[in-house]
Design a protein around this ligand. Structure first.
Ligand code: UD1
Ligand code: CA
Length: 458
């Protein structure tokens, strides 16, 4: 079902006093992604692209940083209630090409595209002016209750409810579909005659005549974050849900203890994830990889059949059959080609490493372009920083860099060049050259025995 004649108004002007974070509540993160990011992604997944965000002045800058001009913004300077918030989007609604609008709360992250689509279908089939997305909870405390009589939906907030109404378990998710014309007609009629003296969007539903209710099967779609405890619970729910989706897709886990995988991560079949692995941000990981405990991967793309052992990979790209770690760090801006080996205690930063190169132990490669089939011995360094500027190092295909070599950038090493262990290289080396740059060894024959004798004889 295409929702192309629809738009959304997302309410995010609240300040989240109860979260003790100081920032607008919708910037609180679930699996490293702000609540509002989840909500907008759900809209996108349901093909609703025409979105107006109602926000406060102090959040505007950050919202624009996150979403740029992909959505519209309107300010609600005084928080007089959810209907008052929707009213701020009046111009957006009046000029919209859509027939229907989905009103969403910015702090309810799991109201997914399936729920959005199914509730829209019901809204259209019943030709409603308003369709409330609801769920049935064992403990409905704090939510608006849905009181239905003769097909007419009325929503009553906790504080305004009678005892009989408080016993109702069917509650308002806060998300609702409106026919735009009907909504614009009724918004001005909403009063604030309630315990909180707020203009409630739920009152608009109560005034309209043709109203309906879509009850989601999974009551977790309703979960919001009003407190830090609830935010923690959202993380747990999201974490478990993502892991079980991955299992369905053929990703393997030994135990899910400490495994945290963000919502924008794809993982191929047959990849095995050990406990205590974090994969956050936008990542794609191929098939048949192994990622062992302690690994932390952020905003990176990793190919098939790679082995990441207890290592950090940040904002980088690894092709297929790459081995990393244990205890390596691939820092932002790196691209690692097929069959490369990055061994223990190796750091690579802002560098490219070509096919089949081996950097196996205790080495730092920064701001460098390393060719194919290069071998680095143990303990090599690219000295990329002179205290003021960063400089680049290039090492061409098939070069051999001995143990404990320092490459003082800017410097270039030619194809098949060979650098003796312990060398400090400050000048370019051409193809097929041999370079050695270390002090000559002096060996004094039986010197130690002589010393000993001298000591004994006083
Ligand atoms: C609201 C619903 C309630 C529902 C519950 C679900 C109303 C009157 N009540 O209650 O029926 O069960 O959500 O979570 O709608 N906001 C603004 N401007 C305002 C007031 C709120 O932008 O003036 C935004 C907040 O940022 C928040 C959202 O609207 O994201 C919901 O507001 P909140 O005060 O948390 O409503 P609830 O009391 O949770
Ligand atoms: Ca709320």
């Amino acid at each position: 079902m295409k929702l192309n004649k629809t738009c959304a108004v997302v309410l995010a002007a609240g300040n989240g006093k109860r979260m003790q974070s100081g920032k607008p509540k919708v910037f609180c993160e679930v699996l490293f992604k702000p609540l509002i990011g989840w909500v907008l992604q759900n809209c996108k997944d349901a093909n609703i692209l025409d979105i107006c965000l109602v926000c406060s002045e102090d959040g505007l800058f950050k919202f624009k940083e996150l979403f740029g001009s992909t959505i519209e913004y309107v300010l609600q300077n005084q928080k007089l209630g959810t209907a008052h918030a929707v009213l701020q989007a009046g111009n957006f609604l009046k000029t919209s090409q859509s027939d229907d609008v989905l009103v969403l709360l910015g702090d309810v992250p799991f109201l997914d595209s399936k729920t959005i689509e199914e509730s829209y279908i019901k809204h259209k089939q019943e030709d409603n002016q308003a369709t409330v997305i609801a769920a049935t909870l064992d403990d409905p405390f704090g939510y608006g209750r849905i009181d239905e009589m003769d097909g007419k939906v009325t929503i009553v907030e906790e504080k305004d409810a009678t005892d009989a109404q408080r016993a109702i378990r069917k509650v308002n998710s806060g998300a609702m579909w409106f026919n735009i014309k009907a909504l614009l007609g009724v918004l001005k009629k909403v009063d604030n005659n309630n315990a909180n003296k707020e203009y409630y969007i739920t009152t608009a539903v109560n005034i309209l005549k043709r109203t309906g209710c879509y009850v989601a099967q999974d009551d977790r779609i309703i979960l919001g974050a009003n407190t830090n405890q609830q935010l923690f619970k959202l993380n747990e729910v999201a974490r478990n849900r993502i892991i079980s989706q991955k299992i369905e897709q053929g990703v393997e886990f030994i135990a899910k203890d400490g495994v945290v995988i963000g919502p924008d991560v794809t993982i191929g079949k047959g990849t095995l994830i050990f406990p205590n692995v974090t994969i956050k941000g936008h990542c794609s990981i191929g098939a048949d990889c192994v990622i062992t405990s302690g690994s932390f991967i952020e905003d990176s793309n990793i190919g098939n059949n790679c082995e990441i052992k207890s290592s950090y990979i940040l904002n980088s790209e690894l092709k297929n059959n790459v081995r990393v770690g244990p205890f390596a760090q691939i820092r932002p801006g790196s691209s690692i080609a097929d069959y490369v080996k990055i061994g223990n205690f190796v750091e690579v930063k802002n560098s490219s490493v070509d096919t089949k190169t081996s950097i196996a132990h205790l080495t730092y490669i920064g701001d460098s372009n390393i060719g194919a089939r290069v071998n680095f011995g143990c303990g090599c360094t690219t000295a990329n920083y002179d205290g003021e500027k960063k400089h680049r190092t290039t090492v061409a295909d098939d070069a051999f860099v001995g143990c404990n070599v320092s490459l003082i950038a800017p410097v270039n090493v030619g194809e098949r060049a060979f650098i003796a262990a312990g060398s400090v290289i400050t000048k370019d080396i051409l193809a097929d050259d041999f370079a050695i740059a270390r002090a000559k060894q002096i060996t004094k024959t039986k010197y130690m025995q002589k010393k000993k004798k001298e000591k004994k004889n006083g």
